[in-house]
Design a protein around this ligand. Structure first.
Ligand SMILES: [Zn+2]
Length: 420
């Protein structure tokens, strides 16, 4: 694996499980929901902790009006008036390739509190698990990367190149933090050779992500009294027509998928997340607004995916006279995640796989994820990037989100071993 030696027991001795769990609990207790002030608080936590660890820490306020106004800005779905960038450096002994370990610190809202068995932001440790919002997605992963870097630093290993640790905000709603980080790296002339994002992969290796585009459909009807409904046009019923067409489009878009994505039942999902219509039970509704998410294939551009959806919606006019005269409007807003991939035979992928197998005795699976993430921004900037982290993405964004402590420690050990 590159020019590195095999992992040193001294380095792994520097990983104290109690400290790792304690750090996950402390970070998790900060309710850093996207768009809330706690998004800054958690960034400040990492800046302080990494300063305390003796790393060189760079922090900078994000210039939101400037960043969000750029043509290639990846999107933002929450109101946000401030952001803080945090980047730590652990100097290498030589000019070898620099490694970036990157994690997002924002989390999604807890959802229905009645579905939680615990308070979402009060960490609970039980049965080898840490439970709470943001544990698996992805505070535990970021803490694992931190403690791996810390163990290497503490052991005084002479690194071939620099290690950078980055905490970023705004991943869940578009990728503001990673976008701003790439800008900062360019300004400072920092050349990153490879990047690991410890998003939840169940300790498999994910070198590719499908993309995800947020859209809105505006469906018009004609309001009338429900008792005379045949004289009006229900926007809900017209939305149902569109939904059937989109379901068919999803099926067509998933007939022939990339080998990296074939493990998924639906590699590129098209899903409606919100529907709002009507304002009175006995009125035929004249407006239905639906929002959803369109998956983008690995070999497709966002423009091509948008065109496919727009075409399917426009084609409804061929068979529906009302929709021919009152076309459904399609808007693209919020997160616009392009797909991205690192070649699964790239040395970054094969060397992490080899280290994981040495630590666990099990070869990790290698496949693409069906979700968009910061990976595509890094890959888009020419940086080979993979995801490798503890936790199952199936429990991310769900009530009673949890992560296995053993998996957090395995991730820490693998990254530490790989760095040395
Ligand atoms: Zn995540």
């Amino acid at each position: 694996m590159d020019s590195r030696q095999s992992n040193s027991p001294d380095v792994l001795d520097g990983v104290d499980p109690r400290q790792v769990v304690d750090a996950v609990e402390r970070v998790m207790a900060i309710p850093s929901i996207g768009g809330t002030p706690a998004e800054i608080t958690v960034q400040e936590f990492f800046a302080q902790a990494w300063t305390d660890d003796g790393f060189d820490v760079d922090t900078w306020p994000l210039d939101l009006p400037e960043l969000t106004g750029r043509a290639d800005f990846p999107g933002m779905e929450v109101d946000r008036s401030a952001g803080l960038g945090v980047l730590a450096r652990i100097p290498g002994a030589g000019p070898g390739p620099a490694t970036l370990l990157l994690g997002h610190t924002d989390v999604v809202p807890p959802g229905d509190l009645a579905a939680w068995h615990t308070d979402p932001f009060t960490p609970v440790v039980t049965d080898g698990r840490i439970i709470g919002r943001g544990t698996t997605d992805m505070k535990a992963g970021l803490v694992a990367a931190w403690f791996a870097a810390r163990a290497v630093h503490t052991a005084g290993v002479a690194l071939a190149g620099d290690i950078y640790l980055a905490a970023v905000s705004g991943e869940e709603d578009g990728g503001l933090g990673a976008y701003a980080l790439l800008d900062r790296l360019a300004i400072r002339g920092i050349d990153i050779a490879r990047c690991i994002i410890p998003e939840p992969t169940d300790l498999d290796i994910v070198p590719a992500n499908g993309g995800a585009l947020t859209f809105r459909l505006i469906v018009h009807g004609a309001a009338t009294h429900a008792s005379r409904r045949s004289e009006g046009v229900s926007a809900i019923e017209k939305f149902a027509v569109a939904l059937a067409a989109l379901t068919e489009l999803e099926a067509v878009r998933n007939i022939d998928v990339d080998p990296l994505m074939q493990r998924w039942d639906i590699a590129y999902p098209l899903s409606i997340g919100t529907v709002q219509a009507g304002d009175w039970a006995s009125t035929v509704p004249d407006l239905c607004v639906a929002e959803g998410r369109l998956g983008v294939a690995l070999d497709e551009t966002p423009e091509q995916a948008r065109a496919a959806l727009e075409h399917a919606v426009a084609a409804l006019a061929d068979t529906d006279p009302w929709l021919a005269e009152h076309p459904i409007e399609v808007q693209w807003w919020g997160g616009q995640f392009a797909p991205g991939r690192t070649d699964p035979t790239h040395p970054l992928v094969t060397s992490i796989a080899a280290t994981h197998e040495r630590v666990t005795g099990r070869a990790p699976a290698i496949y693409g994820g069906p979700y968009g993430s910061d990976l595509r921004l890094l890959v888009g900037a020419g940086i080979p990037t993979l995801q490798y982290g503890p936790g199952d993405s199936a429990v991310a964004h769900a009530p009673n989100e949890w992560v296995s402590i053993d998996d957090v420690l395995t991730c820490t050990r693998t990254i530490a071993g790989w760095l040395t």
